[in-house]
Every structure is written in structure tokens, then in C-alpha cells.
Write a protein that binds this ligand. Structure first.
Ligand code: PLP
Length: 476
């Protein structure tokens, strides 16, 4: 524990204290006077309220921090300190005789493990967000948007990025810009989140749902070939649960049949197939930055492409179809699919530390493998030599899946079933081509708590809860 990371002097500005709070990830700063004695606390909530009341970031915290605060002394024992923790007091400073901070204690016992939590602390996210806020460029113009588009396109190994309001409209915008609409068929996997097929339906094209590879869980190239008709215009593979689809075979099919290719990368930021980034293969590829995705802007999405023409067309469609050269002149029927500068500011902060985010997520996946790979009851998501998968949600397949989810929830461990076969749902059934493996996956798979704040001891507890469920006799 580095106490220095929590301490802020009373002559600091709100900007300085927020940097400290953001870096320590604790949501609080201990305020000290000139003699290094602790004289108060200031939380992220206090800072938010200051700003909402019209206060400035450059103002001193002097008259705004809380001088009445709970603390322990270094002469008391740990149990006495713990007894002072509560829902309101999550972190307790421990002071010596001179009122100097010697350490702090926090509520260590986590009583609920959610499947996902956004990882927002430690980088420049809050600083950029506040900068965008104070600049008053809070809508869809502002420097963060262009910066995020440029940097994210480079990350995805494409030339141009078009930031949009979410990952669903990103797919719709891509199809629309490519001219895929009424009368066209779009082949997509039966095993994906419903947003993928919804976007195809919004474009008025006809979705064709095909089966996935039983081991990779991504769209089966053989199933694509079997579904091609003279009306097929595009293939829309999804890199499901961080696993790259087989882009060699899919690109070859697209080329052979002269089809457009759009990759849905919503769950796979940073994944690679044969040392090329996902999102670098298709004509236009899409991402989502929803709060539970690997990189988040709250809500948000992005289209990436190498074509300047498609880039221009997407920008125009995103902005009401207005001509870029003549204001209020509409050449095409467009949409409002814009991202705000506030969202892009958050995105820039996230993207700066994407390698750290991915590494933390990989550690979580590795720890699950450490405690589950020997279990005869559990199969983990596979890794392949031809690609580099990333960890979005930790995935396992098991027998008696729904019973296991109930057992986990009873133990305060959140778990989610896999996506169901889309073709099994009445509203999408008429678009089904093949779904043998996707149906089986939809019944046997689940996602486990995957956020990067999980510690080894948490993961060990979760894994033990899983294995003990199967080791118990069935009707005990
Ligand atoms: C999340 C997701 C989307 C949609 O993204 P939103 O930003 O929520 O609209 C699309 N496709 C897949 C595979 C997803 O997981």
C-alpha cells in the first residue's frame, strides 16, 4: 500500500485532487495540512457535486472538503478498525499520535461478483472527460472525436475511422454505405448477440443465419459456402467472445464469390488472426464501446475502412445525409448516428492503455485456466495457433448449465448463459439456414465474472464453487 497515492494537500485545486483520486482508484483523497496532519477527506462524489454546482476545476478545495471524517489510530487493533467500516465508510485512514496517515484499511470482503465492470481508473479517462466538459464541446464536434477516430483506426490497422453512437448502428451504417439493402442476402452466424441480425434487418437486407464451427464457435466457412445464392451480397462474421473467426477462409470465399465483407468486432478489440488485427480484413468493420465491452465510451461504436470514398459516405450518412460541401443541403437520406466529444474523450483515455487492459484481462483468463483446466466437468474456451484471442467474457461449457448458474447466483456469483441460437427465436426463425452447433452451444455455455479487478483469491473461490457443485451427489 502506497499511502502517498491517497494524500492531497489542502491548498490543491479540484483538478489536482481529481488526478489523485483517479490514479489511486479508491474514490477518495485524504487531505493534509502544512504539518502533514490529516485534516479531512474529499471523495469523487464531492468533486462531482462541486462541478455540477458550477464550480471550476481550477478552484482550491480549501472550503469544500469534509473536515469531519472517520479514522482509526495506530494504537487500536484491526478489528476495531474494521468495525468502523460500513456501506458509507469503505476506506478508513489510520493515524499516528501526530495525526499523520500511516496506512488505511478497506473493506476487503467482496460479497458479489458481477460478470463485468468497466475498467476506468488509472489512466487519463477522467482528465480528458473533464477537459471535454469544461471546453463546452460536449456534442458531436470537438478534438477528441477526430483523435479517437484516427487512433482507433490505426489500432484496427485501417486508414479511416468513423465514430458512431453504438455498435449496432455501426453495422447498419456499414451495410448502408456499402449499398447492401432490400433484395440482398447477408450471411451471418446463428451464434451472436441479437444486435448483429437486428442491424441487418434495419438495412432491409435478408439475413441468412448459418452454423458455427463447434470448436472455434465462430461462423463456419463450410456453412457459408452452403448458404450462398445469387442474391448473396455480403458476409458478416462475428469474432465471438474474443475469438477471431477464420479470416483466411472467409476472405477467400468472399473473393471467390465477389461478396462484400463486414467484420463485427464488438467483442474482440485487439484480437489477431495470423498476426493481423481483427477489423483489418473486411471492406468496413465495426466495433462497440458499450460499458461491458473490452474498451468503453459508455455507449459508442466505430466503423473502420481503408476506402476514402466509403469513409466520406459514412460521415455523410452519420450526419443526417447533409452534403459535406453545402450546409443544409441533403443529397441522401441520412441518420443521426454521431458520437459525442465526451464519449470520444473517454475512448481516447481507454485506448491509451488498451495494452494494459488486455493484459489484465488475460491474467483473469489464465487464472481461471489454472483452477479449472484439470476439472473433468468444465471445458474452457480454446486457443488456436493461427490466432490470438482476447478475453472479453470468460467462457466455459458444462453439463447442467442452468442448474450451475442458479447455484452460482445463490453464492453471489453472477453468471450469464451464452447467446441462444438466433434461429431458435420465433422472430428470427424464418432466416435460419443451419444451427446444429450453435444450438448446442446456446444450451451448454456460460460466462463467468470477468472484470479485471478480480484477484486470484476471488477466482479461486468462484472456481471452487463450480467444481464443488459437480462433486456433490446429484440429489444431496
Ligand atoms: C455488443 C454487441 C453489438 C452491439 O453493440 P452496442 O454498442 O450495444 O449497440 C453488436 N454485435 C455484437 C457481437 C455485440 O456483442
Amino acid at each position: 500500500m502506497d499511502v502517498g497515492k491517497v494524500i492531497c494537500t489542502e491548498d490543491a485545486s479540484f483538478f489536482e485532487v481529481l488526478e489523485i483520486i483517479n490514479n489511486n482508484g479508491l474514490g477518495i483523497a485524504f487531505i493534509t495540512n502544512k504539518l502533514d496532519q490529516m485534516c479531512g477527506v474529499l471523495t469523487d462524489g464531492d468533486a462531482r457535486r462541486h462541478i455540477l454546482k458550477g464550480g471550476k476545476l481550477s478552484e482550491s478545495i480549501q472550503h469544500s472538503f469534509n473536515r469531519d471524517f472517520a479514522f482509526g489510530t495506530d494504537e487500536e487493533d484491526l478489528d476495531t478498525h474494521r468495525a468502523r467500516l460500513s456501506d458509507k465508510i469503505k476506506i478508513l485512514p489510520v493515524l499516528n499520535k501526530d495525526r499523520k496517515v500511516v496506512r488505511y484499511i478497506r473493506n476487503e470482503s467482496r460479497n458479489f461478483y458481477p460478470v463485468m465492470m468497466p475498467d476506468l481508473s488509472g489512466g487519463n479517462e477522467l482528465t480528458y472527460l473533464l477537459e471535454a466538459f469544461s471546453s463546452t464541446w460536449i456534442s458531436s464536434q470537438g478534438p477528441y472525436i477526430e483523435r479517437f477516430e484516427k487512433d482507433f483506426a490505426a489500432f484496427s490497422e485501417k486508414k479511416y475511422g468513423v465514430a458512431v453512437s453504438n455498435g449496432t448502428v455501426a453495422i447498419h451504417l456499414a451495410l448502408e454505405a456499402l449499398g447492401v439493402g432490400e433484395g440482398s442476402e447477408v450471411i451471418l452466424p446463428d451464434f451472436t448477440f441479437g444486435a448483429t441480425i437486428n442491424a441487418v434487418l434495419h438495412s432491409r437486407a435478408t439475413p441468412v443465419l448459418v452454423d458455427v464451427d463447434p470448436i472455434r464457435w465462430t461462423i463456419s466457412p463450410a456453412a457459408i459456402e452452403a448458404a450462398i445464392t445469387p442474391r448473396t451480397r455480403a458476409i458478416l462474421p462475428v469474432h465471438i467472445y474474443g475469438q477471431p473467426a477464420n479470416m483466411d477462409e472467409i476472405s477467400a470465399i468472399a473473393e471467390k464469390h465477389n461478396l462484400l465483407l463486414v467484420e463485427d468486432c464488438a467483442e474482440a478489440h485487439g484480437a489477431r488472426f495470423k498476426n493481423r488485427s481483427v477489423g483489418s480484413f473486411g471492406d468496413i468493420n465495426t466495433y462497440s464501446f458499450f460499458a461491458n465491452k473490452i474498451l468503453t465510451t459508455g455507449e459508442g461504436g466505430m466503423c473502420v475502412t481503408d476506402s476514402y470514398e466509403l469513409y466520406r459516405r459514412m460521415r455523410q450518412l452519420r450526419d443526417h445525409g447533409m452534403s459535406p460541401d453545402k450546409r443544409y443541403w441533403h443529397d441522401i437520406v441520412g441518420y443521426n448516428y454521431r458520437m459525442t466529444n465526451l464519449q470520444a474523450a473517454l475512448g481516447c483515455g481507454q485506448l491509451e492503455r488498451i495494452n494494459e487492459i488486455l493484459a489484465k484481462r488475460k491474467t483473469v483468463e489464465d487464472l481461471y485456466a489454472k483452477y479449472l483446466s484439470d476439472s473433468p466437468y468444465v471445458s474452457l474456451q480454446r486457443h488456436f495457433n493461427d490466432s490470438h484471442k482476447v478475453n472479453w467474457l470468460v467462457c466455459i461449457t458444462v453439463d447442467r448449465r442452468d442448474d450451475l448458474i442458479r447455484h452460482l447466483k445463490a453464492n453471489n456469483i453472477d453468471a450469464r448463459p451464452f447467446f441462444y441460437s438466433l434461429g431458435e427465436m420465433p422472430i428470427f426463425a424464418k432466416y435460419l439456414h443451419s444451427n446444429t452447433h450453435s444450438r448446442a452451444l446456446g444450451r451448454s455455455g456460460l460466462n463467468l465474472p470477468s472484470d479485471s479487478q478480480l484477484r486470484e483469491s476471488d477466482i479461486k473461490t468462484i472456481c471452487h464453487t463450480i467444481t464443488s457443485f459437480y462433486e456433490k451427489p446429484l440429489h444431496a
